[in-house]
Design a protein around this ligand. Structure first.
Ligand SMILES: [Zn+2]
Ligand SMILES: [Zn+2]
Length: 242
């Protein structure tokens, strides 16, 4: 009886209170992005490399890209929803830097199908951690918020462990540096909390991240997790630079 009343009330509210697009603030008839902002997003779709998730063209009899064939990454399966470009920046930058946590349910809903393709009952689901100084400055970890919502939406809250992995070093942006310098900056950047080690052993890990730039961060995280006893590390990212 109450369910009927609530559903009637929410239909009424929808009519009284118009929805607004969270990017451009135009009035919409539905929850979520307006058609113009939606069409500005570039979704990463097949054909992709089954390992690193990069779009591939003319795969010549293999499902892997050339770099993955030559030097397989530590991460088993990497997937991303969007290209990181002007269209997705309009959605992601406010979420990441301007405390727009109200965008989390929408972003998690958009990522949900990819998440469900990757996740299994054997996975523990963890976010890319922020260093404590950045966490205090920003007051939230956007990747942890995405992971928490994805676990709630898929009824996997028992598999969510936001505290398993932490950052020991506050690393500076890696963009300008070459591979050797990046590796040096990130070496030892992550650690596993000692009390979590027994829980981690023999498990698969799914890392949730907001933006993948070089991939070095999740690779270093995967190295730490595998050395500590994880059997496989996968990642799902909201957007990646291509
Ligand atoms: Zn819009
Ligand atoms: Zn690949």
């Amino acid at each position: 009886m109450f369910g009927k009343y609530i559903s009637h009330s929410s239909r009424l509210l929808n009519r009284v209170l118009p929805h607004h697009c969270p990017i451009c603030d135009c009035e919409t008839s539905h929850y979520g992005l307006c058609a113009a902002c939606w069409s500005g997003l570039s979704f990463i779709t097949a054909p992709i490399c089954l390992r690193c998730g990069r779009p591939v063209f003319g795969t010549a009899g293999t499902d892997l890209c050339v770099p993955c064939l030559q030097d397989p990454p530590l991460l088993q399966t990497q997937r991303a929803l969007l290209r990181y470009d002007e269209g997705s920046k309009a959605l992601i930058l406010p979420f990441k830097h301007a405390s727009r946590l109200d965008l989390t349910p929408l972003l998690a809903q958009m990522m949900l199908a990819r998440f469900q393709e990757l996740v299994s009952d054997e996975h523990l689901i963890i976010p890319v951690p922020l260093h404590i100084t950045r966490r205090l400055y920003r007051s939230y970890n956007q990747s942890a918020e995405l992971a928490r919502h994805l676990c709630t939406l898929s009824d996997r809250r028992g598999q969510f462990d936001p505290l398993m992995c932490y950052r020991r070093k506050a690393t500076r942006p890696l963009g300008k540096h070459n591979a050797k310098v990046r590796a040096k900056i990130l070496k030892g950047a992550f650690a596993i909390r000692p009390k979590r080690l027994s829980k981690l052993k023999g498990r698969k890990i799914l890392i949730i991240d907001d933006v993948r730039t070089t991939g070095y961060t999740t690779t270093e995280m995967a190295r730490t997790l595998l050395q500590a006893g994880a059997t496989q590390v996968d990642s799902l990212t909201l957007a990646r630079i291509l």
